[in-house]
Ligand binder design. Structure first.
Ligand code: NAD
Length: 297
């Protein structure tokens, strides 16, 4: 069997188009332009790339992008003061603080200082709680993108066995909550899980969010499973260059899976597209306007 390749890049382009259409509609009919504020503290090169890409795509869909680049020695107090200012700023509908933050800043404190209604990353404790209790929440972008692709490729997910590998607050846990909400039978595997290959053999859906290159082996998978690879890992090549790979041994897994996301070009592009979609959703909620159904789940 050769898997269908889940083209996250194409999927993200369609989602961005829907976002752009809705932004244009909000401008024309209500005179409102959604705004996204991205806060970067320090000069981590990977974070700088992400922030640049987010800003560029925000502008491309017609939204306002506000970037705050703060030095690495910014105090927690000053960062919290900026968050408070953005919370009150009516032109800002979404606030994202790029993680990781420098060690002297308490990440949880900062994330929980964001107005939950503007928490487009969905990391605020209120949004985590709302999601866990099946209420309307801001859903974290990466799991949201994964679920959108799963729905597209699997249709109705009800009753399927889903295994999420990884239990982080930003991917594994919210992913498991979303799959539970879809009436999947969900298993969350993690670093202490015993017999992972045995657990995976029963899985109709596998979401790998481990952070270990090529970790999931093809012979662990059930034939025809849908595999979503969240991992982004750089590995060194013999010629001195680096290559981006996921958490799944893609080349062999695609011979067993029914559908699979590649890395790059799978989950990654969907994450930023979902950030833009969440910003539009937050803007609609802030103005008590109907939420565009295509932009959320
Ligand atoms: P994390 O380090 O916070 O969590 C990793 C999880 O993997 C942990 O819960 C741990 O228990 C589990 N784990 C570790 N070793 C394991 C093992 N041997 N067996 C089973 N489980 C094991 O990482 P994260 O933030 O959740 O990210 C995971 C991966 O996804 C990383 O590669 C990250 O770069 C990537 N990521 C990608 C996107 C995207 O947009 N594509 C977004 C976020 C994270």
């Amino acid at each position: 069997m050769t898997a269908r390749i889940i083209d996250g890049k194409a999927f993200a382009a369609i989602l961005r188009e829907s976002v752009a259409e809705h932004v244009a509609h909000l401008k024309q009919t209500k005179g409102i332009t959604p705004g996204l504020a991205v806060v970067l503290v320090g000069d981590d090169p990977a974070s700088q790339v992400y922030v640049r890409s987010k800003g560029k795509q925000t502008v491309e869909v017609g939204m306002h992008s506000y970037e705050y680049k703060l030095p690495a020695d910014t105090s927690e107090y000053d960062l919290l003061a900026l968050i408070e200012q953005l919370n009150y700023d009516l032109s800002v509908h979404g606030i994202l603080v790029q993680l990781p933050l420098p060690k002297h800043i308490d990440e949880a404190l900062v994330i929980n200082a964001i107005d939950p209604a503007k928490d487009v990353d969905g990391f605020h404790i209120s949004n985590a709680g709302l999601l866990a209790t099946g209420q309307k929440a801001m859903v974290p972008c990466t799991p949201l993108g994964c679920l959108m692709m799963l729905r597209e490729y699997c249709g109705n997910l009800s009753g399927l066995n889903a295994v999420v590998i990884g239990r982080s607050n930003i991917v594994g846990k919210p992913m498991a909550q979303l799959l539970l909400r879809e009436s999947c039978t969900v298993t969350v595997a993690h670093s202490r899980t015993k017999n992972l290959p045995e657990i995976l053999r029963e899985a109709d859906i596998v979401v790998a969010a481990v952070g270990r290159p090529l970790f999931v082996q093809s012979y662990w998978l059930k034939e025809g499973a849908t595999v979503i690879d969240v991992g982004i890992n750089r590995i060194d090549q013999a010629d001195g260059t680096t290559r981006l790979v996921g958490d799944v041994d893609y080349d062999t897994a695609k011979e067993v899976a029914g559908a699979i996301t590649p890395v790059p070009g799978g989950v990654g592009p969907m994450t930023i597209a979902c950030l833009l979609a969440n910003t539009v959703t937050a803007c609609c909620r802030a103005h008590s306007l109907p939420e565009p159904k295509r932009l959320t789940i």
